[in-house]
Design a protein. Structure first.
Length: 162
């Protein structure tokens, strides 16, 4: 699996970048948080199940990955919707999920968004970038700055470029 872009890197570079963001931007040293950061996309990518994560890494890591795993709309929810309407629905679902996340999951989400927003600035068209940065700002409205001030401010710095 590859990341997006003209010279795509292997997908593994993204979870590694999330862990680096947690450590070096967010000052996170908790090994279970770092592990969950590394594994945050594994269920969405269909590489693994929550049960396997729990068996290998314990209930806390599995619980964090569960919180970070996106829920996708059901086919009936998107039937008859345009691509833009589907994007809006998915974006609202994501914001609702982020609002319900634990503080630890929100910290990982900030590190994930920092990685993704940097890629978005490089790769997305101006229209899609504006929309993505708007969604990023809404995410920052949901996640309180004290959750992890350095990560929050790093993401905010990119969100303000739009």
């Amino acid at each position: 699996m590859l990341r997006e872009g003209p010279d795509p890197l292997p997908y593994i570079t993204h979870p590694i970048e999330v862990v680096l963001n947690l450590c070096y931007v967010g000052g996170v040293c908790d090994p279970e948080l770092l592990c969950a950061g590394a594994l945050h996309d594994t269920v969405e990518c269909q590489c693994c199940t929550h049960a396997k994560i729990e068996m290998s890494f314990g209930p806390r890591v599995a619980g964090l990955v569960r919180e970070l795993t996106r829920t996708e709309p059901e086919p009936a929810q998107i039937q008859g919707l345009s691509k833009d309407e589907i994007w809006l629905l998915r974006a609202q679902m994501l914001l609702d999920e982020v609002a319900k996340m634990s503080t630890d999951a929100q910290i990982i989400k900030l590190a994930d968004r920092l990685s993704n927003v940097q890629d978005a600035i490089r790769l997305k068209s101006p229209k899609k970038l504006k929309r993505y940065l708007g969604q990023t700002q809404k995410m920052l409205d949901v996640i309180p700055k004290p959750v992890n001030r350095p990560l929050w401010e790093a993401v905010k710095g990119f969100a303000d470029t739009g």
